[in-house]
Design a protein around this ligand. Structure first.
Ligand SMILES: Nc1ncnc2c1ncn2[C@@H]1O[C@H](COP(=O)(O)OP(=O)(O)O)[C@@H](O)[C@H]1O
Ligand SMILES: [Mg+2]
Length: 330
């Protein structure tokens, strides 16, 4: 999917020439990529060059006012490098990071986001399992690592882009949920044990046709934090898709189970995953997608009501395990 480029293409072209990535400003094509709300994301093609370039926006493209520090682009570049070292081939390679531009390897043209597959009710449990496994590998490899904690200790962008617009906004709109939501935030702040992607959702997963074709992209809010955050986001999105396409709910549930099985299989050695916090985080995510600052674009009014009551239930009356949430969908 491409759209007209929004960023200053002349400045971008000059930058790429100065960095020695392209030899001439002639024959350069720039196309905007659909999907981003917090960055300009473009494909740049020139003779011998075909890559994706990101530039962070200070004001996000959502209806409500939402600002964030563009320095997060540097975090994304460093996190991609770390993630690629720990799990080769599961993230795009970083080609260059300088001058406010991040240049990364472009996925093959035939790849799509996993969100596209899920919305079409094409649910490949192998993708889910792989996504769980690779997350488990990142969690285990970074657990208790002082260097990683130092390099990814800043939670400013995570606060601006996740905790404020999601958890705190939802707590403001559901005063009766303030206690469990603030408990979630406090436990999250006290449990900073491993690398957290921060937006581990189907729209940030690119897949191709081979079983191993999978990239996790969009690491701008990566930080050392709570290991329940990423799995809650993935499973929460599978619950949202189940409300959106009830006929495929059993398939989404199977994907959630495969994801969590893959995660558990790779995690030994990392700190235990707190099941109660995982459920609370998922409740917060569900509510954020209906009453937070960037609501899901595909839910109907009825669907929003279902998501709201499911999210409230996860916080007020948690089930024994997260995947039991599927039994509450009617
Ligand atoms: N390396 C890449 N190769 C191909 N497409 C990409 C790549 N990186 C991003 N995209 C496309 O651009 C979209 C937005 O990129 P993303 O990094 O998620 O930015 P944002 O932070 O704005 O969401 C993605 O959903 C995907 O469709
Ligand atoms: Mg994204």
């Amino acid at each position: 999917m491409t759209a007209p480029a929004v960023l200053d293409t002349a400045a971008l072209t000059r930058h790429l020439v100065e960095r020695g990535l392209i030899s001439s400003p002639l024959d350069v094509e720039v196309h905007g990529l659909a999907g981003g709300v917090s960055n300009d994301v473009v494909v740049v093609r020139a003779p011998g060059f075909d890559a994706v370039v990101k530039r962070a926006l200070s004001r996000l493209r959502v209806t409500e006012e939402w600002l964030a520090d563009p320095a997060r682009l540097g975090t994304e570049g460093r996190a991609l490098r770390l993630a690629g070292r720990l799990a080769p081939g599961v993230v795009p390679a970083v080609i260059d990071l300088a001058g406010g531009y991040l240049v990364i390897e472009r996925a093959p043209r035939t790849w799509r986001t996993w969100k596209q597959d899920l919305l079409a009710a094409t649910v490949d449990v192998a993708v889910a399992e792989r996504l769980g496994r690779v997350l488990g590998r990142w969690q285990r490899a970074t657990a208790g690592d002082g260097d990683v904690a130092g390099a990814f200790g800043d939670v400013t962008a995570f606060g601006q882009l996740r905790v404020d617009p999601f958890h705190r906004t939802v707590a403001g709109r559901h005063p009766d949920l303030a206690d469990p939501i603030h408990q979630t935030i406090e436990i999250m702040a006290a449990n900073r044990t491993c690398l957290v992607h921060g937006d581990y959702t189907p729209k940030n997963v690119l897949v191709g046709s081979a079983a191993t074709d999978l990239w996790v992209i969009d690491w701008e809010v990566a930080h050392v934090g709570d290991p329940t955050f990423d799995p809650a986001w993935t499973v929460g999105h599978l619950l949202l898709k189940s409300v959106h396409r009830p006929a495929a709910a059993p398939a989404y549930a199977a994907a959630a189970r495969a994801f969590l099985t893959g995660l558990d299989a790779e995690r030994p050695g990392a700190a235990a995953l707190d099941p109660a916090q995982l459920i609370r985080q998922t409740g917060c995510l569900l509510l954020a997608r209906v009453d937070g600052r960037s609501p899901a674009d595909y839910l109907t009014a009825v669907g929003r009501g279902q998501v709201r009551s499911l999210g409230r239930g996860l916080l007020l009356d948690p089930p024994p395990t997260l995947t039991d949430a599927w039994e509450r969908l009617t």
